[in-house]
Design a protein around this ligand. Structure first.
Ligand SMILES: [Mn+2]
Length: 422
């Protein structure tokens, strides 16, 4: 256990139980009609554990879990797990425990944002990193099922191993738009919802796991879910009614001091350095602020969106793009990673990034899409590695820097390309 002086609040001031009926009644009246019609096929009698008759998905998940009682499942989250994925996976693990299903939560990349590291440490969140280079060493055959949460298998390097071991996808819970033809026994994809934590909280609310504010793990998991929900909804600014209702439910259990501690986590010096470089290198034109930050370590890749978050706060700037070359010596991996942040309502980051960078030879875009939000990734390919040669490394950065700038300026300011090719 990490040492933390924080004590759960245990919902002391608000009487949690007394208000529960009121909330669920209101919730039902919003949603009940279409769902109930389709799910009323003789199952309403067997829902003792479920408080809300409307939740057909919760009931379907319950039946799925029953069918897989006492199995071992692998919960796969994206390579760079965010609070939404981490907390939702944890909640699923706690739900599944009641069916004697033992789950391992794994990711193949790294926890790079200091808040995510703090979340995992302070809540003792049981996620494991299976580094890409050692993936082959893990025994996948012990799992009877795979669970995809907050992703659909397209953002994790674990997927080929799951497929190779012929592990069936038992459960898929996500709020991103459907991505291709992944098949799972239980599927709950709801793109209209802003956070997977909301979907999972609805399961809890429906009675799949009765949260108990005297249980430390429940309080910590509820806090993690609140953090996930807040971070995927831009601190509730983008939240829909369902997200608010889920947050309302979690508010009975979560620990405000613990959440505060997670949010207050200080940036590392290296992240500060990247932000400093972005400030120094930024070029502002037509309300766009564009900055290349050179090379950075793989573990610090989250410094890029943080730098973009910072640059977009400058007056007269509505959109910031920050990018750099990320390298990981262990994995011999090198790619350009970038991030776009905008306050301009009419600028769609997805469209902008697709338009700016186009697609690779296989037709895959370098970024955009709901999974990437305002992010993009460009492999350095043949030019990768040999960075111990300082001259070469510098030259390589300049090439990528210039190429990215050209592509961005072409959109930002079509008539003013910094490179004159004629
Ligand atoms: Mn999410």
């Amino acid at each position: 256990m990490p040492s933390t002086s924080l004590q759960p609040l245990n919902g002391s001031s608000l009487a949690p139980e007394s208000s529960s009926n009121l909330v669920s009644v209101e919730f039902q009246s919003q949603e009940v009609s279409p769902h109930q019609a389709s799910s009323s096929i003789g199952n309403l009698g067997e829902t003792q554990g479920l408080e809300e008759p409307l939740q057909p998905k919760a009931r379907e998940l319950q039946r799925t879990l029953e069918r897989h009682r006492s199995e071992r499942q692998l919960i796969v989250i994206q390579d760079f797990p965010d609070p939404d994925a981490l907390s939702s996976a944890w909640a699923y693990q706690l739900i599944a425990q009641q069916y004697n299903i033992q789950c391992d939560i794994v990711y193949a990349g790294t926890l790079s944002h200091q808040e995510n590291v703090a979340l995992v440490k302070l809540t003792n969140l049981p996620a494991k990193r299976w580094g890409a280079s050692k993936l082959k060493e893990h025994d996948f055959s012990v799992y009877q099922g795979c669970v995809l949460i907050d992703n659909q298998g397209t953002t994790t390097q674990l997927m080929p191993f799951v497929q190779k071991a012929s592990i069936p996808i038992t459960v898929l819970i996500d709020h991103h738009s459907p991505q291709g033809d992944i098949k799972a026994e239980f599927v709950d994809i709801r793109p209209q919802i802003r956070a997977t934590a909301t979907i999972v909280t609805q399961y809890l609310q429906a009675g799949l796991l009765r949260l108990d504010s005297s249980m430390n793990t429940h309080v910590k998991c509820a806090t993690a879910l609140m953090h996930g929900l807040r971070s995927d909804t831009d601190r509730l600014m983008q939240a829909t009614e369902e997200d608010f209702l889920a947050a309302g439910y979690l508010s009975r259990f979560y620990d405000t001091q613990l959440l505060n501690a997670i949010l207050q986590t200080a940036r590392s010096r290296r992240v500060m350095d990247v932000i400093e470089r972005s400030l120094k290198n930024r070029i502002v034109q037509n309300n766009f602020s564009i900055a290349g930050v050179g090379y950075l370590r793989y573990d610090d890749r989250d410094a890029i969106p943080q730098a973009a978050d910072f640059l977009v706060t400058e007056e007269n700037v509505h959109t910031a793009v920050v990018y750099g070359i990320v390298h990981d010596e262990d994995e011999e991996l090198e790619l350009v990673i970038g991030s776009l942040r905008t306050n301009k309502l009419t600028l769609d980051p997805d469209e902008f990034i697709k338009e700016a960078f186009g697609q690779d030879r296989t037709g895959r875009f370098f970024g955009g899409g709901r999974m990437m939000a305002g992010g993009f990734e460009i492999p350095t390919g043949f030019l990768g590695s040999f960075n111990d040669n300082a001259e070469y490394a510098k030259l390589k950065w300049e090439v990528f820097d210039m190429q990215i700038k050209q592509k961005l300026w072409r959109l930002v300011n079509p008539k003013d390309n910094p490179i004159h090719t004629d």
